[in-house]
Design a protein around this ligand. Structure first.
Ligand SMILES: [Zn+2]
Length: 176
């Protein structure tokens, strides 16, 4: 099994560090593929010398978050508008969730799933009797999504995962 060792150059402090990618899958690939995958892992590297995150990863993450936000907003706004004119869209949506919860229930029943299923069915009944307001069921979560602040732990995840897979050596330790 080959070990992939490469160089990581920090753009913040200009220090080059040797780094070993701790991923057994990488060693099984051909050299070209392994190098490409190694570069992808390094995108979320944290510099061992100065503790700075790779700006490429920061930028990439920001772009991804923006794209997901735009996609979600467009989708939800579109569905809300659609639901205003065609309330059965919401019924289909709720039906989908009900089916999903029923599936979860069959796999591993929990009170949360039962509650969610009951809520979904309850909302379905409301939509059935007052379809005029069905679009609110989509408009409300859209607004919630818009004002929601991203969980910082969620944002740290790729960096932590990278830290577990990257072993820096021959570099001075990170400043305390
Ligand atoms: Zn650095």
């Amino acid at each position: 099994m080959g070990v992939v060792i490469t160089q990581y150059r920090c753009t913040a402090c200009q220090v080059s560090s040797s780094v070993e990618i701790l991923d057994p899958d990488l060693g099984r690939q051909g050299e070209a593929v392994a190098n490409m995958l190694a570069q992808m892992r390094l995108e979320y590297a944290t510099c061992p010398a100065c503790g700075a995150r790779n700006p490429a990863g920061v930028l990439d993450q920001r772009r991804d978050e923006r794209n997901i936000a735009i996609f979600t907003i467009v989708l939800m706004v579109g569905l809300s508008i659609g639901a205003y004119f065609a309330p059965w869209i919401v019924l289909g949506w709720l039906g989908l969730f009900a089916a999903l919860y029923l599936y979860f229930l069959s796999k591993r029943p929990t009170w949360t799933v039962v509650f969610n299923l009951a809520t979904t069915l309850g909302l379905g009944v409301i939509v059935w009797f007052v379809p005029r307001w069905a679009f609110l069921l989509l408009a409300v979560p859209t607004i919630q999504l818009l004002i929601r602040r991203r969980d910082p732990a969620e944002r740290d995840q790729p960096w932590q995962r990278a830290a577990e897979q990257l072993r820096f050596f021959d570099t001075s330790q990170r400043r305390p």
